[in-house]
Design a protein around this ligand. Structure first.
Ligand code: HEM
Length: 419
C-alpha cells in the first residue's frame, strides 16, 4: 500500500499524465516510491479502466514469462476509456486498430512471430553490418557538414534508425518522410509537436493513410519478391494456409516500422546525453572501445524508451503475494524495473562498464521479448563506434527536451556542439 507522503489520487493522476514522462526526475521519484511502498499499485484514475502498475524487475519478469496466465489481448497500452470506446466503435468491437504481434497470444502469436523471427536473429543480421555502417557514416557526414553544432535528435538520431528499418523492409529514401510522420503520429498523439491533429479521429486517419501505402507495398512484393522483410510478410500465409490478410500485413509492417524506429533513436540520443553528462564514462569508452557493446546495454537500460505495455490476467492468480483477479490489467513499467536496486547496484548511476547491464528489461521479457533487439543493439553499437571515431568532443548547446507520452518516449531535442 502507498504510504509516506503520497496522496494516492496524485499518484494515479501522475501515472496517466503524459507530462510525467517528459520529466525524468519526476517520473523516477514516483516509481522509486512505488517500488518501495506499493510495487503493484492499484491505479484508478478517472477516465481510465483501472490497472495495477508492476514496478519491480522480478515481478515484470514473472508476469511476462507466464504468458498463459498473463495475456496480451485485450489491453495493449494506456488509453483513455473514451479512446478505447472509439476504437471499439470504429472496428466493430475489436480493441485494436492494428492486429500485430503485441496484441496476439499463443498459438496465433507463435505463428506470426515465427514468420520473421529468423530474419531478425543475430547471425542473420551479420551480413547487414556493412550496410548499416554505411548508413551510420552517412548520418555522421551530415552531422559534420552542419559545422560544429546540431540538434542530435532532429538531425541524426531520428533518421539513422529509420533508414535501417527502411533497409530491412527493402524500401528507399522516397518513403522516409512518410514513415517518419506515421511513427510520430502514432507514438505522439498527446505531444503538441508530433500529433497529426487534435481531432479524436486523428489516429484512424493515420492508420487509413498507412493502410493504403501498405496495400501497394504488399502488391509490389507479391508481384516481385526480394530478400527483404516486406517480401517475407507480403508472401506469408496465415495459420490456415491462406495468404496473409491485408490488415495482418499492414499491422506487421506497422509494428516493425514503428517499434524499430523511435525506440532506437530515443536510445541513441539518451546515450549521447549521458556521455556528455559523464565525461569519465566517455573517457572509458574511448580508452577501451571493446566496452561499447556493454555500454549499449547500459544506454538502453538507462533510456528505457518503451514506458510500458500491458498484460491482462486470464485467471485468478498472484504476483509477489498480491492477489490478482481474472480480468485485472497490469502495466509493465519497464523504466522502473531498470532502476530496481534489487538487481542494479546504484541504479541511478550511468556506468558503461556496469557488470550486469544486460539484465535490463527495456526489451521486455518472455515470448513477446523485442523481436528487433539484436538489430537495435547492432545499429546503436555501430552508431557509437562511428561517433567516437569521428569526433573528439561533444557538449550541450542548450536545454534537452523530452516528448510527452506515457507509451514510447524520449528526447525530442538535444542541442549539441561537437568537434
Ligand atoms: C532500443 C530499441 C528498442 C526497444 C527498447 C524495444 C522495446 C520493445 C519492447 C519493450 C517490446 C515489448 C516486449 C514485451 O512485451 O515483452 C518490444 C516488442 C517488439 N519490438 Fe522492439 N524495441 C526496440 C527496437 C526494435 C527494433 C529495431 C525492431 C525492429 C524490428 C523492433 C520490433 C519489435 C517487435 C516486432 C515487437 C513485438 C514482439 C512480440 O510481441 O512478439 N523493436 N520492443
Amino acid at each position: 500500500m502507498m504510504q509516506a507522503g503520497a496522496n494516492v489520487s496524485d499518484v494515479d493522476a501522475a501515472i496517466v499524465d503524459p507530462t510525467t514522462y517528459a520529466d525524468e526526475e519526476r517520473y523516477h521519484a514516483l516509481m522509486t516510491q512505488l517500488r518501495r511502498d506499493d510495487p503493484l499499485h492499484l491505479c484508478t484514475p478517472p477516465g481510465f479502466r483501472p490497472f495495477r502498475v508492476v514496478t519491480r524487475h522480478a515481478d515484470i519478469r514473472r508476469v511476462e514469462l507466464d504468458s498463459r496466465t498473463f495475456i496480451n489481448y485485450p489491453r495493449m497500452n494506456l488509453q483513455p476509456l473514451e479512446m478505447e470506446e472509439r476504437v471499439m466503435a470504429a472496428t466493430g468491437g475489436r480493441r485494436y486498430t492494428a492486429r500485430h504481434l503485441v496484441v496476439m497470444d499463443a498459438p496465433e502469436h507463435q505463428h506470426y512471430r515465427g514468420l520473421t523471427q529468423r530474419w531478425f536473429l543475430g547471425k542473420q543480421l551479420r551480413p547487414l553490418e556493412d550496410r548499416i555502417r554505411d548508413l551510420a557514416r552517412e548520418a555522421i557526414d551530415d552531422m559534420a557538414a552542419r559545422g560544429g553544432s546540431c540538434d542530435f535528435v532532429e538531425d541524426v538520431a531520428l533518421w539513422f534508425p529509420l533508414r535501417v528499418i527502411l533497409m530491412t523492409l527493402g524500401l528507399g529514401r522516397d518513403d522516409e518522410r512518410f514513415l517518419m510522420k506515421i511513427t510520430q503520429e502514432i507514438f505522439g498523439p498527446d505531444d503538441p509537436d508530433n500529433r497529426r491533429s487534435t481531432s479524436p479521429d486523428a489516429r484512424f486517419e493515420t492508420i487509413a493513410e498507412f493502410s493504403r501505402w501498405c496495400d501497394a507495398l504488399t502488391a509490389a512484393r507479391r508481384a516481385a519478391p526480394t530478400d527483404d522483410v516486406a517480401s517475407v510478410i507480403a508472401n506469408a500465409r496465415d495459420p490456415d494456409g491462406q495468404p496473409i490478410a491485408a490488415i495482418d500485413a499492414m499491422s506487421y509492417y506497422l509494428i516493425i516500422a514503428t517499434a524499430g524506429h523511435d525506440t532506437t533513436s530515443s536510445s541513441a540520443s539518451a546515450g549521447l546525453l549521458e556521455l556528455i553528462r559523464h565525461p569519465d564514462e566517455l573517457h572509458k569508452l574511448r580508452a577501451d572501445p571493446a566496452l561499447i557493446p556493454n555500454a549499449i546495454d547500459e544506454i538502453i537500460r538507462w533510456a528505457s524508451p518503451v514506458k510500458h505495455f500491458f498484460r491482462t490476467a486470464a485467471a485468478d492468480t498472484e504476483v509477489a503475494g498480491v492477489a490478482i483477479a481474472e480480468g485485472e490489467h497490469l502495466m509493465m513499467a519497464y523504466p522502473s524495473a531498470n532502476r530496481d536496486d534489487a538487481v542494479f547496484e546504484d541504479p541511478f548511476a550511468f556506468r558503461v562498464d556496469r557488470r550486469n547491464a544486460r539484465e535490463h528489461v527495456a526489451f521486455g521479457y518472455g515470448p513477446h521479448v523485442c523481436l528487433g533487439q539484436h538489430l537495435a543493439k547492432m545499429e546503436l553499437r555501430i552508431l557509437f563506434e562511428e561517433l567516437l571515431a569521428r569526433f573528439d568532443r561533444f557538449e550541450l548547446a542548450g536545454e534537452p527536451a523530452w516528448t510527452q507520452s506515457s507509451f514510447v518516449s524520449g528526447l525530442k531535442r538535444l542541442p549539441i556542439r561537437f568537434s
